[in-house]
Design a protein. Sequence first.
Length: 213
Amino acid sequence: MKKSCMCGCKRKVKSRKKYIEGHYLRYYRKHHKPWNYGKKMSDEYRQKLSIAHKGQKLTKAQRKKISDALKGRKLSKINKIRIGISNSIALKGVKHPLWRRKAFSKIRKKYLKEHPEKHPTMIILKNKGVTKGQKFLYKQIKKVFPEAVVKMDYRVKRSLTACPYFIDVAIPQYLLGFEYDGKFWHKGREKYEKERDANLKMIGWNILRIKES
């Protein structure tokens, strides 16, 4: 007579066996719960634990055990968001040393070589040269000036010899231009941007710059 598995899955088991292979842990977790299961730790007990574990470093064997246990596990979307928020709070205002920054840049370069579609330039080319910041700026200006003609990537002719300028968002009838300065693309370009704004002012354009926070 075939018996059903003792874990509660109701699947049939071979004779002389109580569980299907790998189902013993299910049964054990169901019927053998730890002594502190469902109990909330008091603040005093938590403080005692933190004092006891302060300064303790995990051994190589312990680290390996933890990494083996977590290997292959996929994080849920909620956990990813939680980790992202906690990391951003923990690292806010922290300046990384040079060796760490170099290590980060190496990892990033390697990742972008393997996934070229994730590179900022490729993303912008996909969006026909328009960034998310520009799109957002365009929508906001449209709300403020509903009657005016608002244009994106507006071409401004200077002279026959000089190259034309392109303004992120422009209102040609008022000679008013808006530039969205992203952290990635406008880093270390302050001198060039000042000259550009001065040249546009000579033609009669007023340029307002909105920096990415």
